[in-house]
Write a protein that binds this ligand. Structure first.
Ligand SMILES: Nc1ncnc2c1ncn2[C@@H]1O[C@H](COP(=O)(O)OP(=O)(O)OP(=O)(O)O)[C@@H](O)[C@H]1O
Length: 367
């Protein structure tokens, strides 16, 4: 059963007489105990989604269900959902104890019960020895735990997190990420976490939901989406550097890219038609600089990143990116040949930009 469900959600904002349609029929189904990361470029409506789930904002159309029940008309305080904002919003002059106790105090919970609950949640999060400190005396990871403790103390088992790690420096962020992952594993709340940081999404999520143009473009296991993106936009968004997507055509059991002919992998034989126009997706790590390769081009730019380099190679009128692990230095303008691990190729329809393999399996499962 779904624990958090968004059904056909529409949301439009109006600012200075201009209307912006942010969400356009968005659907999302989240099970209990899942760690879902909503990933999307800045300004696509991630925060808007969290506010709609929390009840801080009303959708124009569609329904929100929590724990199997429709909650469209429930105010935030009755939804039993906790939101951890970007800056943790801890009160600087209050101790950690008072920060955690705050939501219970305003709910007029008796003092001794507050004490019991705060101590219990603090023990669980291993911050029981920090209760007398002020937020300024905490590390980034500890601040995060206090913010989560304040969310948990109310008994909310659905936690919404809005880029909570974005203010931490890179090293602390890795630790805080690891901590959050462990915490979710042991306490099992349902977490909905939004970010535009891919690494964060891939490393935290049990499921990732990719948001673009007001709908979820892809939803599922992060590595599966990485390997088989459902459309060319997702392919070009996910990964750093992202997937190369080149125009091609199917001819005589081959894929023709410009003037290069590549053998069509057998798995695609029953899926494509002679003469079909396709988009060919190849990840930068599946291309190799190799004297026997079928693709020919010249080096346009080299990004040396330590353990590997990203080589930009111009092939006819397209530039593709290749990850090279060898320490051979490549010069700008150098002529190179590339071979492809064809078993990793992904094909999209040129018009709809949809993944042809996934379209086929959808057709088969409906038959
Ligand atoms: N109250 C508002 N009035 C008008 N426009 C708004 C309002 N709130 C948000 N928007 C616009 O709606 C779009 C989505 O905003 P939202 O904050 O949900 O995006 P986001 O994906 O969370 O972005 P970011 O990653 O930058 O935080 C943006 O273009 C934003 O400018």
């Amino acid at each position: 059963m779904s624990y958090v469900k968004l059904e056909d959600i529409w949301k439009e904002y109006e600012s200075k007489g201009k209307k912006v349609q942010v969400l356009r029929g968005l659907n999302l189904d989240i099970e209990k105990g899942e760690f879902v990361v909503i990933l999307g470029p800045s300004g696509e409506g991630k925060t808007t989604i969290l506010k709609i789930i929390a009840g801080l904002l009303r959708q124009d159309k569609g329904h929100v269900y929590l724990r199997g029940k429709i909650v469209d008309d429930l105010p935030p305080k009755d939804r039993n959902v906790a939101m951890v904002p970007q800056n943790y919003a801890l009160y600087p002059f209050m101790s950690v104890y008072d920060n955690i106790a705050f939501p219970l105090k305003i709910a007029h919970v008796p003092k001794d019960e507050i004490k019991k609950k705060v101590e219990e949640v603090a023990r669980m999060l291993r911050i029981d020895d920090l209760l007398d400190r002020k937020p300024s005396q905490l590390s980034g990871g500890q601040m995060q735990r206090v913010a989560i403790a304040r969310a948990l103390v109310k008994g909310a088992d659905i936690i919404l997190m809005d880029e909570p790690l974005s203010n931490l420096d890179a090293q602390v962020r890795v630790l805080a990420r690891e901590e959050l992952k462990q915490l979710q594993r042991s306490l099992k709340p349902t977490i909905i976490y939004v970010t535009h940081d891919q690494i964060e999404a891939l490393s935290l999520a049990s499921k990732v939901a990719i948001l673009h143009e007001g709908v979820i473009q892809a939803y599922g296991d992060p590595m599966e989406i990485y390997r088989e993106p459902n459309n060319a936009w997702v392919a070009k968004f996910l990964g750093n550097p992202p997937m190369n997507v080149l125009k091609g055509e199917i001819k005589d059991s081959s894929i023709i890219i410009g003037s290069t002919k590549i053998e069509l992998p057998t798995k695609f034989r029953s899926i494509v038609k002679e003469g079909q126009k396709v988009l060919v997706g190849i990840r930068p790590e599946d291309l190799y600089l190799n004297d026997n390769g079928p693709l020919e081009g010249s080096v346009e730019m080299v990004e040396d990143l330590g353990p590997y380099s990203i080589i930009h190679v111009k092939i006819e009128d397209e530039t593709i990116r290749v990850i090279e692990k060898s320490i051979t230095r490549r010069e700008r303008g150098e002529k190179v040949k590339l071979s492809i691990d064809t078993s990793k190729i992904v094909l999209f329809d040129q018009e709809s930009e949809k993944n042809l393999m996934l379209l086929q399996s959808k057709v088969e499962s409906n038959e």
